[in-house]
Design a protein around this ligand. Structure first.
Ligand SMILES: [Zn+2]
Length: 344
């Protein structure tokens, strides 16, 4: 018997419908399935991950009407006067050298300090790199010449704008996802600063970056961009080790299907590794806007607000996974979601 595609579709439909016959359960439409994923995401989000929920699921429902996170960028957010903030020592070995949180797209950067040098995560825009990273290093008594590695979460201008200058001035090794290197080096590429970066190392999935006995593990998690890199970062709080999970890109711009799949995969990786800290390279998405002031007011014996526990880390990545799954099932809404401007 010759099997035609139509037949397969017919028998598949029948196979799905048959068990439901007589049960009174109507089959859910894809949109209804999508809304069910959003409901699951909402439950997983709770208070701690509400901003990520808004950034992905809520925005999926209302499209570009919802600004970055909950706060629209002011017209002058690239003015150093407006994005400047002081660096903060968040863990014994990790410093916040990001911008002040002005809106949900405000980028941040992190410096992991080891006995053999510094690993810098993301470089923001070129002017905020000068102000926050180099200016911050001076205040922290850190030497930018000690930056041995720069790890890039993804090639968007708010993460790679300062890369070229740091590369040509201090010559660190730079690791970015392969497809994101390709994108960064394309003529007129989005994300290229005054000068394009120099192609260096393409991140491999599971790649370990070790410096001074500290090992960051990289995972290639396409979804926000084709070469987004997520990371597990060992941090120490008053001598106690913790593990941070950094989800490399937050919006579902490149592929909602990949975004959902990779979030589930990284969630399992983070669970096995026992990650109990959420970090992001946007200050709103790891609630740095709330946590940095708490760090500055921290008294002896107070908990570190960045140590949220394994359940909240799992919830964070569940939100990403479920909202990605919803986007796949809701093509009209996803079109509206992609219609927004800006990057994150
Ligand atoms: Zn981005």
């Amino acid at each position: 018997m010759k099997i035609r595609v139509q037949d397969i579709a017919f028998w598949t439909a029948l196979a799905i419908a048959a068990p439901m016959a007589g049960t009174g359960i109507a089959q859910r439409s894809p949109r209804e399935e999508g809304l069910a994923h959003i409901a699951t995401a909402k439950k997983a989000a709770g208070y701690d991950n509400a901003v990520l929920f808004d950034h992905t699921c809520s925005r999926l429902l209302v499209g570009a009407a919802l600004p970055y996170g909950r706060i629209a960028p002011p017209p002058n957010d690239r003015d150093p006067k407006n994005f400047h903030t002081e660096p903060v020592k968040v863990f014994d070995n990790l410093y916040y050298v990001g911008e002040k949180m002005q809106h949900g797209g405000s980028p941040s950067a992190w410096a992991l300090v080891t006995s053999e040098g510094i690993i810098l995560i993301d470089t923001m825009f070129e002017n905020s790199m000068h102000d926050e990273i180099l200016g911050g290093f001076t205040k922290l008594n850190l030497n930018p010449a000690d930056i041995k590695y720069i790890l890039i979460s993804h090639n968007h201008p708010d993460h790679t704008g300062g890369l070229s200058y740091l590369q040509t001035t201090y010559h660190p090794k730079v690791i970015m996802g392969g497809p994101d290197w390709d994108a960064a080096l394309r003529p007129n590429a989005r994300g290229v600063a005054a000068a394009p970066p120099i192609r260096d190392i393409s991140a491999a999935d599971g790649q370990k970056v070790t410096l001074g006995g500290v090992t960051i593990t990289l995972y290639v998690t396409p979804g926000h961009t084709a070469g987004t890199v997520s990371m597990l970062i060992p941090v120490i709080d008053k001598g106690v080790p913790h593990l941070a999970a950094l989800w490399g890109g937050t919006g579902m711009q490149f592929s909602a299907a990949d975004y959902s799949t990779q979030a589930a995969r990284f969630r399992n990786i983070a669970a096995k590794a026992g990650a109990d800290v959420v970090l992001s390279t946007h200050s709103q998405l790891d609630s740095s806007d709330v946590k940095l002031p708490l760090i500055l007011k921290r008294r002896p014996g107070d908990p570190n607000p960045y140590v949220v526990g394994t359940d909240v880390v799992q919830g964070y990545l569940s939100v990403a996974h479920e909202c990605g799954a919803a986007a796949v099932l809701m093509p009209e809404e996803y079109k509206g979601y992609l219609g927004r401007s800006g990057s994150d």
